[in-house]
Structure formats: C-alpha cells, structure tokens
Design a protein around this ligand. Sequence first.
Ligand code: ADP
Ligand code: ZN
Length: 739
Amino acid sequence: MLLEVAVGAPVRGTFTYEADDDARLEPGQRLVVPFGRRRAIGFYLGPAQAAPEGKVRRIEQALDGETLFSPDLLSLIRFAADYYLYPLGEALRSALPPDLGRVDRQPATERAPAIETVSLIQPAEVWKAALGRSRSQAALAAHLEARGGSARLEELKVAVKDAPALVRKLAAKGILALHAADGGAPDSPFSGGQAPRPSDDQARAIETITASLGRFETFLLHGVTGSGKTEVYLRIISEVRERGGGALVLVPEIALTPQLAGRFRARFGSQVAVLHSGLSDRERTREHSRLRNGEATIAVGVRSAVFAPVPSLGVVIVDEEHEPSFKQEEKLRYNARDLAVYRARLNQTPCVLGSATPSLESLANAREGRYRLVELPERIDSRPLPTVELVDLSAARRTRNEAPTEPRDELELLGPRLSLALEETLASGKQAILFLNRRGHASLVLCGACGESARCPDCDVALTHHLSRGGELRCHYCDFRTPKPAGCPSCKGELLVIGAGTERVERELAKRFPDARTLRLDRDAVGSTAELTRILAAFAKGEADVLVGTQMVAKGHDFPGVTLVGVILADIGLGMPDFRASERTFQLLAQVAGRAGRGRDPGRVLIQSFHPSASAIACVEGHDFPRFAAGELERRRELGYPPFSRALAVRIEGEDSAEAERTGRRLAEAAKRWAFPGMKLLGPAPAPIARLRGRSRFQLLLLAQGPGPLQALGRRLVDVAQTAPNGVKVAFDMDPLSM
Ligand code: ADP
Ligand code: ZN
C-alpha cells in the first residue's frame, strides 16, 4: 500500500512510500525511510491519495508499534507547521525528545521503568462517578479499594484480567498512581505542600475558571506580583485531577524559578513531569514516556512542553504569559503561548494566561471579548505593593556640572539616593537587588539632558549606532540612515554613548560597601543550571546581602528578605530597536519592582533614569498598568503595529553580505508584486545584530490586518527563498517577537 509520509528533513511537502499491504500503522507513527542517499525518520500521515510518477521506495521499518502522537497533538503540530511556514516532518521531529527524532539511535524508545505497585489516589465516590460505564476498570479499582488502596502489579495480574492495560488507562484518567520498582515510597498526590486557604480574590478566580472545565475558554489572569497566582493554578489543577484529567503548565524558564517547579512537586508528587532544557536527552525521553503511559499527568515545562503528551488534558496554563522566552527563535519559530491557546481549543479545555503585566496582544484579546479577564488586584494578606521612586539622572548630571572625562564615567552607577538607600537596607540587616539589563550588543545612545534616544521618523523605533561612514544611525525596520548628529535631535543636549554592565556595578559595590556580601546573576556569571540554583538558594537563605544582575533577577523569585530594589539605568530597554521596546521595559521594571517587600517588611524601589517621564518608566511609579497599556495601545494603533496588525518577518543571512542583501531585495520585490491591499512592507534592512558569527543578517517586515494574507504571501515567498544562492539562508517568522 502507498503511504503519505512527512520526512524529518528540511524539505517542503510530503512524500509517498510503499509498505506491506497488511502493515498496521497509526497516524503520526514513526518510520525509518530511505531519503536521498541516507535514512531519515518519517511520520505516517495516512494512505497516499495518488501514486506519484517514478519509482516509489519502500519504508525500511515502522517504529514503536503505535503512534507517539495523540490525535490532538498531531492536529496541533500540523497547524503549527502550516501557520509558521515550516516543514511538517521537521515540526513533528522537533516536537519529540531529541532521541526519538534521530534515525541513528534506534530503537531509542526507552521502556518506562517497570511498574511495581499501583495505588488508588482518588476517593471511591470520585472513581465510581468517573468510571460509570467502564466495568472492567471499575472492577480493578474496586479490587484495589478492597485491598486498602494499593497492590503489587504482579498480584493484580493474577486477580484481574488485562490488569496492565487497565492500570494504564486508570492512570491516564488520574485515578491510579503507578510506582516504579526504583521509585521509592509511593507518593501521595498531596504529600507535603500544605495548601493555604485561598483569599477571597483567589477563591473567586478559582471558581470562575473551574466553572468552565470541560469546554474551551481563555482566561487572562491579571494578578499583581505576589497576589498568589500560582496557588490559583494549583487549585484548578487539583480540581482537574479529581475529574481524572491532566494538566499542561508552561513557565518561561524553569532554571530561573526552581521554586515554582518545587511547588508543583510538593503538591502533586510524582504526578508531575518537569520538562526543561537542563534535562539530558535520556531524562527527556523518560519524562515523555511517563506522560504518555499515564504515570505522570501534569507537565510543567518550558515552551517546548506545549507539545508534551499530557493524557486526558483538562486544563492549559501559561504562567507569565507576556514573557518573550515562549517564542522559539529558530527552526519552527512558534510562540508556545499562542499554541497553548490553540491546544486548549482542540481539547475543549480552559486556558489560563497569567501575568502581572499582560502582553498587549492578550490585553487586546480581553478587551475585544475573546479572552475573559480575571483579576487579583491585591497582594496576599493585603501586603502593600512597594513604593517606587524615580531618580532623574539628567538632573543629577546637570547639577554635577562637570564635563565628563571619558564615556565610562558618564553614568554614576550608584547615585547618592541609591547609595543611601543601600546603606540603610544593609544596616537594618535586609537584602537588596540591583538590576541592570545590559545586553551584550548595542551600546545605548541617548541624550544626557532629556533622555531621548534618537528615533526613526517613520517607524518610531530607536535608531542604532553604526560605526560605518564615520558613525551613522540606522533604522532596523526601514533602513533609514542619518549621520550621527552632534547633539540630541530634540533638545540639542549632548549625546551619551553608554556601555555599563553588571560587572561594573559589582565592582562599584565592592568599593563603596566593602562589607556587603554580594552575588551576581547574569549569563557571564552563571555557567550551569546547578550554579544558578546555588546562587538563588544562597540568596534566599540570606547568605548574601545584595544580588546584582540582569533580567535574570527580575523573574518570579520569592525572596521575603528583600526590601530594596535598585534599577541602575532604566533607559537601556527603551533604546532597543524594537517597536515593543517600551512594553518590554515596563514589564521588566514592574517585574523587578515586584521582588521588593514580599515578606513582612514593606518594599522600596529606586529607579535611576535619564528619562523618567517616559511612560514605560513613569507608570511603574504608581503600579499603573492600565495607564501604561492605554497609552501604548494608542501609539501602536497610530503606527499600525501589533496588536492592531499581524507581522511576518523574513530573516536572511549569509557569509557574503552583498549576496544576502541581494536575496533580501529579491524577496522584497516579490512581496511587493504579490502584496495584498493594505499590506505594509518594510526593508530589507540590516538586522539589529547586523553581523553574527561571520554572517550578515538582513530582515524584511510585512504588516497586515490579519494572519491570512501574510500566510498566503509567505507561502509564495517560501518558494522564492528556495532559489536563494547557496550559503544564503532564509527563515520565516510569523508573529515575530523580537526584531
Ligand atoms: P504570584 O505568582 O502572583 O507573584 P505567588 O503565587 O508566588 O504570587 O504567591 C506569593 C506568596 O504568597 C507565596 O509565598 C505563596 O506561598 C503565598 N500565598 C499564596 N496564596 C496564599 C494564601 N491563600 N494564603 C497565604 N499565603 C499564600
Ligand atoms: Zn524606520
């Protein structure tokens, strides 16, 4: 018989292969197929519609004896491949643990560890209600109940027909827990992790969301920092588990928030499969199979976990939904948050998007009634939000009234007010966090008097300083260029080029506060996940007084001892050449401010800035998300940026800069020719990181009212890209998050 197969290789379209007529294959099942001169992993899609011309090759082997993709997952990945303009076979492959996507490691499906004992984890009234019509499953549960709730699988096999299969089904429904021989003592799902009594706001949120279990609805859970969103997630999941369902929880970066995974484990024990980038391939395969065979029913993981094989999915949760790390920036360039919503819809379950600073996309969806807004406006125990004070650096600079000698001195890292606040904090035995989001590339060019950074007249994004032609500023959207002006375009003040980083802050601290115990957290200081966990744990235990770092310190950490948060230079984010620069800056500042005053003592936040009147900074002062969002939405509407349009970025890179640029222009011409009415085309322009690892990078940005026209055009551009010269790579990025 003839099969339609998606091959795990970077090629477009599907292929036809032949297999024995009596081969029993399931949709999505893995195959080994000959492909060109090598072998590849393929995925069975269904019977081929028609015989192709030429010789049809035979599959070599069918793997696993069954498909690894449930029907909902298969639909999800088909949708993703289509939407993100990426080959289906590659998309399927990347949705599996790496070991299962390789042809040279077969057979790689690691058997789940042998099950030794099983135990009931639901009270009789729950499993009786859940198993109404499945008599054999109910019989097995009754047998266990009679035996005091648990039994060895060997005994069950003797007492109950088909015990292993039934046990798997019951585990998938969340009625049984399975314990491997080496698994130690059976975990009770509620071992440890005493659940606190929900506050009134929490109770309302839990009630609203659980009322929609069993159907699709998306909730935007907008809760201020420390309002207890996690507890809301845990309660909803408990409810889902009681009904025999599983849960998918996406979190931005597990390594950065080990506490969070710990809270899920404490509440649900071995029911939780944790999926993050720190796992070995083997561990990943193992967690994957634990979910697939129902041993675990709750997947907590980073973006790729959106493809986790959660059994009987009953709820999908995305924590910190605004976080850019949900976007995959290579290969299948998906946004896990968006796919999570789609997956919830496929499964007819609620989807909860939680954040203290929702993305403007989600906010717009809530305003238009597509998402339902649920709010937690207060911190737990009515603890106050920290007070936020803005420190105007340009004023400080004016009063210092001295010509800067060299660029390094242009920014006083620890200004007088911040120094004083640090001194007080240290004297009272409390802890402080100092935040400076200094990213590697692009040094910041801004006016020392008014704080404005030079912006593109057409695109309203910050211009980037290039050394070419004696110093020029360029727009990374439309390629507008202008010689670097002598003074600030708006006030003629002096332009500063600032390149401060966290290391300098650490040195400065050591000089001023030699007795303070300091820890640093950034990509340079932290090499491994273990090291990161160690630093976070040490700070949590009070082994250091000050934690200095990049955005890594801003994440959801819960350090009750922290009463002071200092932001060294808030303007850094605003200088990024990205239309979301302002939104990102606000989110980060609000997030890092939220680390202060989570314990009994109130918190204080000092934000140093050359431009404290910028909305992204000013609105942090009053914790005024609504005002920030309203203003920013208005600006986006005027400029026609998302969420008032959809975007497709085409990214081109090559060793030969001229050739890459030529390809960019060819794609732009093709796009212009086929553009739909109302579509906007920007570029080609150099990417913000114009050269990386010896390759020149260009980009093209297409904006349209909805995704439909972009996809239609995108598909035609994919064909044009196929004819790009060797060595030039073209990637398509739907709903790009960074430029
Ligand atoms: P968020 O994720 O909204 O920032 P968390 O879920 O981390 O907030 O909760 C903040 C703190 O409050 C945590 O230490 C958590 O254990 C605690 N907490 C949450 N809900 C309750 C509650 N109902 N009663 C007491 N403490 C709670
Ligand atoms: Zn521009």
